[in-house]
Design a protein around this ligand. Structure first.
Ligand code: ARG
Ligand code: ZN
Length: 877
């Protein structure tokens, strides 16, 4: 394998260059004297030299103002005892053990990057993963240095009712003589990225959990004043996650207290700081009035994710950041298992498969393509990606398939037995799995080092008169950094049906064909023309399958497949086939396309009408795949043409299924019960709102009044938003007036208003750019708040196809202008928002030229962050 360096060697770090730390920090005593303008930080560390040859200790530091530095009792002088560098300081000492005292100041209120310690909404909050601790004090800010932390927080503001950090509260002086000090002690050694500090005024919701061994854990949830009523679902989810992890992995919580704080200003979803999770408030706050069923689902999933990190991440952590998937891929897999158990296997799986097909495949096909364990990194924040997280979870899932449930559990037990309290690598994890099961996973391991999406070409041919051969060939296309690719271990779950829909015996164990090499074949005792394969059931591997289905074959799967996933996948493939046909016809390939479409949709609709499946399954089957998920299947796609082709298919489906949808809709709208987030209600609402959304595409006039009525009568956010989204399809006056009503009702709720901004941003108004300008002036909007930026600018760039891809390039220019401003405020968010531009190579050449012009403009901007610099330089090479 050749790995060529395309970014500046000065800036990038390589996985293969890992060296253990020269020193380690055994304990650290941190003292914070809080002030928004200038907070004083005193760090007293006991340091031990590991490398006996070493006479230099390098400490990371960024945007710090150093006051003094001491080794034992000796004050150090610059240049003699230490030297300041761009990214930290170098200390000269050959002592084997010593106490280091560093005093410095930081400016929380000026910190808009939301990394390190920042002050927003009248509260202090920290975010240290991956490399934010160095913005708090000079330290060995790397995950393989594990220290015991004691933290003193001093506040002179009586309004700061809570002064929180990791672990157990051991001292609280109360407010006396103008100040208050709280001291926290975390008995578990941890890397600096798991440190947290939160201070300010909150409302607190308390609960309790008793572990399986009988230990009582105090649970505390901190939210903005007045929001306690929206916190119970998060706490309930936490308790479910705690007992799930006990039952499924035998893992118990280890401290006496578990705290969660919800804040409005947060770069990501949430953070698993030891004993003190910090959450984006959108993944905590939920009640019937303000949250949809999907929001409830997401809160439960993210709460579980962070909780599960306590073992997969905190107790066993990463040796270096190239190993990020060690904790993230595994923890995502665990939260996916949990969600499937709590709600629905099928719907959970489909939602994760959609993320892979829409986002991860796109990343893997673009300039940022990287293996789940990257080899080279400029800015670590750029690698908190769908590849590391979601593809990482798919790789763990394949291990689970390969070893079976019991074997996987054995491997997990072995992993904790070997590595509890350590900082380890992805190889260590796979080795534990391997040894516990006596398996050979050396070939499997290639998934960790190879980037790109494997394609598996499936051909079907006669073998004699009465047999059929299905041949499977892997195609691993070279990517930017890997010219040579290897074949991978690919498990393909499949079923085959004959022309009467009977299942054909494949003689495969667990219905799974395992590809251990570039190609393999499967011989069936049924003549070729009678075979219909249903391939990659449950998305058994993160690959693209290429098989040329006919519509009749897909209809056979929809009718006869024994599992709902296969039925969904076949309907999904049928939509894709029809959309592609219309798309190609628009290029002049077929004049009869419209008539053909009508006939095909008739057949598909008949098959759907005849199904007897659960409501949530039907809802999924009635959902036409997004245009984005099709980008990986059409070369040099014209996004606007594809948008129209998809729209045409949806409209035709809507007209054909009009009565069917009306019938379901009316049935499901009757006698609503008081809102509860429980399976039956959720499933019924999902089908009801899917029907309404589809109906909104039909030409029938009966639909508009239904939408208005549902909005008016809605007693929960799922129904309200369902109506609003349906109204958006029609883009008539109803939509505008509902949006005004929505704003009047929810104008004060930051989390709810994010939905409103997103709907505005996706509007197909022709003057969308002027509209976006106006919305930025809205009193709820702030460029400093990542949720707002994502809702408005993100929704526009990711989902407003017509607005973003305008043929004069003005959509691309608009995003680029915004990125230039945003990069100065919050580089991490700017970098994420750049994604739609990064994927230019998927588009037709006119679009490509326009996007590249903007990337070049961006490249020329002075003082660009490392985050943007890394991505642009990769895109332009
Ligand atoms: N570890 C967090 C999680 O649970 C994400 C932290 C991301 N931080 C960042 N700077 N990108 O997924
Ligand atoms: Zn995580």
């Amino acid at each position: 394998m050749t790995i060529s360096s395309t970014t500046s060697p000065l800036l990038s770090k390589k996985r293969r260059d890992y060296t253990p730390p020269s020193h380690t920090i055994e304990t650290v005593d941190l003292r914070f004297e809080l002030s928004p303008q200038e907070t004083k930080v005193t760090a007293v560390s006991t340091i031990k030299r590991i490398d006996t040859q070493s006479s230099v200790l390098f400490l990371d530091g960024k945007d710090l103002c150093l006051q003094s530095i001491k080794i034992d009792d000796q004050i150090l002088t610059e240049n003699d005892d230490y030297k300041m560098l761009d990214n930290g300081l170098e200390l000269y000492t050959s002592l084997a053990t010593f106490t280091l005292t560093v005093v410095n100041t930081i400016k929380p209120i000026e910190n808009t990057s939301l990394e390190g310690l920042y002050y927003s909404n009248n509260a202090y909050c920290s975010q240290c993963e991956a490399e934010g601790f160095r913005k708090i004090t000079y330290f060995l800010d790397r995950p393989d240095v594990l220290a015991i932390f004691t933290v003193s927080i001093v506040s002179t503001a009586e309004a700061d009712t809570y002064l929180l950090s990791n672990g157990n509260l051991i001292t609280d002086t109360g407010f006396e003589n103008g100040e208050r000090t709280c001291v926290w002690e975390d008995p578990f050694p941890k890397p600096s990225y798991l440190f947290a500090l939160v201070a300010g005024h909150f409302d607190k919701l308390v609960d309790e959990f008793t572990t399986q061994s009988g230990k009582k854990i105090a649970l505390e949830l901190f939210v903005d004043e007045g929001r306690l009523g929206q916190g119970q679902h998060a706490l309930d989810s936490l308790k479910k996650a705690m007992s799930w992890d006990e039952q499924n992995y035998g893992l118990e919580y280890d401290l006496d207290i578990y705290m969660i704080v919800a804040v409005d200003f947060f770069n990501m979803g949430a953070m698993e700081n030891k004993g003190l999770n910090v959450f984006n408030s959108k993944f905590v706050l939920a009640d019937a009035h303000t949250a949809t069923d999907e929001d409830y689902f997401n809160v439960e999933a993210v709460i579980a994710h962070e909780y599960f990190h306590n073992w997969t991440g905190n107790r066993v952590t990463c040796r270096d950041w190239f190993q990020l998937s060690l904790k993230e891929g595994l923890t995502v897999f665990r939260d996916q298992q949990f969600s499937a158990d709590m709600y629905s296997d099928l719907v959970t799986r489909i939602s994760h498969v959609n993320v892979m097909r829409e986002n991860q495949f796109a990343e893997d096909a673009g300039p940022m393509s990287h293996p789940i364990r990257p080899d080279e990194v400029v800015e670590m924040s750029n690698f908190y990606t769908v590849t590391v997280y979601n593809k990482g979870a798919e790789v763990i899932r394949m291990l689970h398939t390969l070893l079976g449930k019991a074997g996987f559990r054995k491997g997990m037990d072995e992993y904790f037995a070997r590595h509890d309290g350590q900082a380890v690598t992805c190889d260590d994890f796979v080795n534990a799995m391997q040894d516990a099961n006596g398996a050979d996973l050396s070939h499997f391991k290639r998934w960790y080092s190879q980037s790109g999406t494997p394609r598996v070409r499936v051909e079907q041919a006669s073998t004699g008169d009465s047999q059929t051969t299905l041949s499977f060939t892997q195609i691993n296309t070279p990517t930017r950094t890997q010219a040579q690719k290897q074949d991978l271990y690919v498990p393909i779950k499949l079923e085959c049906f004959d022309k009467n829909g009977h299942k054909v015996d494949t003689r495969l164990k667990n219905d799974t064909l395992v590809m251990n090499s570039a190609s393999t074949a499967l011989v069936l005792d049924v003549p070729n023309e009678q075979i219909t394969p249903s391939l990659l059931q449950d998305f058994s591997a993160p690959v693209l399958i290429e098989y040329d289905y006919t519509l009749s074959q897909l209809l056979i799967i929809i009718e006869f497949a024994g599992n709902d996933y296969a039925k969904w996948e076949a309907s999904h493939n049928a939509y894709i086939m029809l959309i592609k046909e219309i798309y190609n016809a628009a290029n002049g390939a077929n004049n009869n396309a419209d008539m053909q479409l009508r006939q095909d949709i008739e057949k598909l609709a008949t098959a759907i009408k005849n199904l007897t499946v659960a409501p949530e399954v039907l809802a999924q089957i009635l959902s036409v795949p997004s245009a984005e998920s099709l980008y990986s299947q059409i070369e040099k796609v014209d996004p606007i043409m594809l948008y129209h082709a998809r729209h045409k298919v949806v409209v035709q489906l809507s007209n054909t299924l009009h009565h069917f949808c009306i019938r379901h809709y009316l049935r499901l709208s009757q006698n609503p019960r008081p809102y509860a987030y429980e399976k039956q209600q959720v499933n019924n609402r999902s089908l009801k709102n899917t029907c309404l959304h589809l109906l909104a595409h039909s030409s029938a006039e009966t639909v508009a009044p239904l939408i208005a009525l549902q909005y008016k009568n809605a007693h929960n956010m799922s129904d309200r938003l369902g109506a609003l989204k349906a109204a958006q399809v029609t883009q008539d006056d109803t939509f505008d007036s509902l949006m005004i009503a929505f704003e009047e009702q929810f104008g004060d709720d930051a989390v709810v208003m994010d939905k409103w901004f997103a709907m505005q941003a996706k509007s197909s108004k022709t003057d969308i750019l002027a509209h976006l300008d106006l919305l930025q002036a809205h009193q709820q909007y702030s460029i400093k708040n990542p949720n707002k930026v994502r809702s408005l600018i993100g929704s526009f760039a990711f989902y407003n196809t017509l607005g973003f891809h305008q043929i004069d390039g003005s959509g691309y220019k608009y995003l680029t202008d915004y990125l230039i401003t945003l990069d100065k405020v919050n580089p991490q968010i700017a970098s994420r928002l750049m994604t739609p531009l990064m994927q230019f190579s998927r588009y037709a050449s006119t679009n490509q030229v326009l996007i590249k012009a903007q990337l070049n403009r961006l490249y020329g901007v002075k003082g660009l962050s490392k985050d943007l610099f890394e991505k642009i330089s990769k895109a332009l090479i």
